[in-house]
Write a protein that binds this ligand. Structure first.
Ligand code: GUN
Length: 300
């Protein structure tokens, strides 16, 4: 049987279409246009591209986009002042501060300053805690996107062995919580895990979120397993010409595609779904802030 290469772009396009419909309904029925504020500090080229895409897609689904491009040397106080303003603005339903922020800014202070009801990344400790105890609400964008694709591939995830490689607050920890909620048996593996290949070989579902190019090899994968590659790593690509680069995931795709039952490519897998889920979360927070039940197909 041939491997299912999971088309994240197609999933994301489908999700954005549904989001556009929900945005129209919110306008027509409640006179609400969801608004997403995105703040970027500094000029990291990759972050600039992500933020530009987020703003563009926000507008494309009919929502309001507010983009704040702050200089590298902006003070933490100035950033906190902006967040406090956005926290109370009635036309802003979601706030995202693109990470990482420069070293002179304490990311924890920034996250703690966000109004938890507008925290579309689900970074705030209140939101992380809600996920932990299983309260319904939005969940972090990347794990939500991974879960939507996994549900589509598998239907029920009950009883599956899932191995999450990486324990970041952004992906690894919330992903493990979501899979637990789906009744998977979840292992969280990380840089100190002993015999990582043997642990990964147990998995029906592998989530690779370590940030190391092609670290997960084909012979780590159980035959027929589903592999979700969250990594986006830029590596040299001399085959494309001098000084050229290309994007690869945390999984050695060329090897793993021969063994896996289903696998996400990089690029074109998890990445597009992350942005679509950010838009979905903004619709969800706009609903919750206004006492409206969020659309069921947008929440985990
Ligand atoms: N930097 C890389 N990914 C993300 C994300 O999902 N949210 C935020 N806020 N920053 C990021």
């Amino acid at each position: 049987m041939s491997t299912n290469i999971i088309d994240g772009k197609a999933y994301a396009a489908n999700l954005r279409e549904r989001i556009s419909e929900h945005v129209k309904n919110l306008k027509n029925q409640h006179n609400i246009t969801p608004g997403l504020a995105v703040i970027i500090v500094g000029h990291d080229p990759a972050s600039q591209v992500y933020v530009r895409n987020k703003a563009k897609q926000t507008l494309e689904v009919g929502m309001n986009s507010f983009k704040y491009d702050l200089p590298e040397n902006v003070s933490e106080t100035e950033l906190l002042t902006l967040i406090n303003k956005l926290n109370t603005r009635p036309d802003v339903h979601g706030i995202l501060v693109q990470m990482p922020v420069p070293d002179h800014i304490n990311a924890t202070n920034i996250i703690n300053a966000l109004n938890p009801n507008k925290d579309v990344d689900m970074f705030h400790p209140i939101n992380a805690g809600k996920l932990m105890v299983g309260q319904v609400g939005p969940v972090s964008c990347t794990p939500l996107g991974c879960l939507m694709m996994l549900r589509d591939v598998h239907g029920s995830l009950e009883g599956k062995e899932a191995v999450v490689i990486g324990r970041s607050n952004l992906v690894g920890k919330p992903m493990a919580q979501l899979l637990l909620r789906e009744n998977c048996t979840v292992t969280m593996a990380h840089s100190r895990t002993i015999d990582l290949p043997a642990v990964v070989r147990r998995a029906d579902i592998v989530i690779a979120a370590v940030g190391r190019a092609k670290m997960v090899k084909g012979d780590w994968i159980k035959k027929g397993a589903t592999v979700i590659d969250v990594g986006i790593n830029r590596i040299d690509a001399p085959e494309k010409g001098e000084g050229k680069t290309r994007l690869v995931g945390d999984v050695d795709f060329e090897e793993a595609v021969k063994i896996a039952g289903a696998i996400t490519p990089v690029p074109g897998g998890v990445g597009p779904m992350t942005i679509a889920c950010l838009l979905a979360n903004t619709v969800t927070t706009a609903c919750l802030i206004n006492g409206i039940s969020p659309p069921k197909d947008l929440v985990a």
